[in-house]
Design a protein around this ligand. Structure first.
Ligand code: AN7
Length: 400
């Protein structure tokens, strides 16, 4: 059953509906389950390990074996911050971001509904993922991208997997408005995170985290917020496992926005559920260059219900954290993902994160998504002739 988060209006799972027809709020899929968690024993880690909690027909699944991503304990960085740190590396998904979890469920649902064309607006990763899963599911796909603001790796993916790519002279929020109109007029089945089935896939990040910790909740989960779908999804997953008695506690949900695109931070300061959209969002982290996050109500609910926190970080803090994670722990992420780590540092300094906390930082996309930023932030390669003496001279200079 699909349910409105604000007025409790319900819809059948097979109705194509994105916002509540009664009150205009966002929707979510309600899951009821009282199976024992023993059913998961011996199954491989990944989204479909938890198929009893995923409300689509598994016999028609469109999957690229998403999820089951690395869960890296980071002792060096953890020690520096005075916490027990784990990093959930979502860049290791099939197209290099967490969106694959949502897209596997979303495209499976699209096939189930019998639609022939799927589409989305995207800052990049959603389009890359949609393109791949639409190909896998045999559907036509249309993606709307903000012109000049999509990182190169993501653009290459969307084009190469065979989506019809439309470059809009505007920002993401404007592209999403157009995509939503196309969906309302039935040109496309919309697979942005306003589609509640997307979040049903992404909630598996929460499932995996507590499963990997031996059916225990961490003290805190921290992650970037853009359109605000993922924090809502992870909280939904955690809450479902809590309600099923698989875990005894829930984590403090902590979201991080980029300073130039931080309407949820402002709402949080006002203890409000409503946001003032940012007209011209700007940040080096193009993935979260979003001024009017559609799932803000769900995200703020996750934050308030978990005694959580939201803060913003500057572009400089993001780029520093991206480098830190790569150079101290060997984990390469795109700028948006590094905002988790930048935010964590900031909140440790502020005393919001306590010493000794067990924290899971979700890093959402792979470093190769945005090669331009990585190259710009690095020293240039040293050019030399294929001459061994020259080579030795350079190494001796470096080493001494
Ligand atoms: C790497 O691809 O919105 O808060 O269109 O690509 O769930 O939106 C991407 C978002 C974080 C924010 N990290 O997640 C898109 C898009 C990365 C991302 C986010 C995105 P949400």
């Amino acid at each position: 059953m699909i349910k409105c988060v604000s007025c409790d209006q319900t819809y059948d799972d097979n109705e194509i509906v994105y916002i509540c027809e009664k009150c205009g709020s966002v929707l979510e899929v309600e899951i009821e389950n009282n199976i024992s968690k023993d059913i998961f024993d011996g199954r491989k880690l990944g989204l479909w390990k938890y198929k009893e909690f995923i409300p689509v027909d598994y016999s028609n699944v469109v999957s690229l074996d998403e999820g089951g991503t690395p869960f890296c304990r980071c002792d060096k960085l953890g020690k520096e911050l005075g916490i027990d740190l784990y990093v959930k590396v979502e860049g290791s998904n099939p197209t290099g971001s967490f969106k694959d979890r949502g897209m596997s469920v979303g495209v499976t649902k699209a096939v189930e509904l019998g639609v022939d064309t799927v589409g989305c607006a995207s800052t990049g990763n959603t389009s890359a993922s949609l393109a791949a899963y639409a190909a896998r599911g045999g559907l036509r796909s249309i993606v709307l991208l903000p012109a000049g603001k999509v990182a190169l790796g993501k653009l290459a993916q969307a084009m190469f997997y065979g989506s019809e790519v439309l470059s809009i002279n505007g920002n993401f929020d404007q592209a999403l408005e157009s995509a939503t109109r196309l969906a309302n007029e039935k040109y496309i089945y919309l697979l942005n995170s306003i589609n509640p089935f997307r979040l049903e896939g992404q909630k598996s990040i929460g499932f995996e985290i507590v499963d990997e910790l031996g059916w225990k909740s961490p003290d805190r989960i921290i992650l970037p917020i853009g359109n605000a779908g993922n924090i809502s999804a992870i909280w939904k997953g955690i809450t479902e496992f809590y309600n099923a008695d698989y875990i005894d506690e829930k984590p403090i949900m902590t979201g991080i926005q980029a300073e130039g695109a931080a309407p949820i931070v402002e709402a949080f300061k006002n203890k409000s559920y409503s946001i003032n959209p940012v007209e011209n969002p700007e940040t080096v982290a193009t993935a979260i260059r979003i001024g009017n996050p559609v799932s803000h109500i769900k995200a703020l609910r996750a934050i308030y219900d978990s005694d959580g926190y939201v803060d913003s970080v500057t572009d400089e803090e993001i780029l520093d954290a991206q480098k830190l994670l790569a150079r101290v722990e060997g984990i390469g992420v795109e700028p948006a993902s590094a905002s988790s780590i930048a935010g964590l540092k900031k909140l440790v300094d502020k005393g919001v994160v306590d010493k000794g906390e067990r924290v899971v930082a979700v890093v959402t996309g792979h470093i190769l998504k945005d090669p331009d930023v990585a190259i710009k932030a690095s020293a240039k390669p040293i050019e030399i002739e294929p001459d061994f003496n020259q080579l030795k001279a350079i190494l001796e200079k470096k080493v001494s």
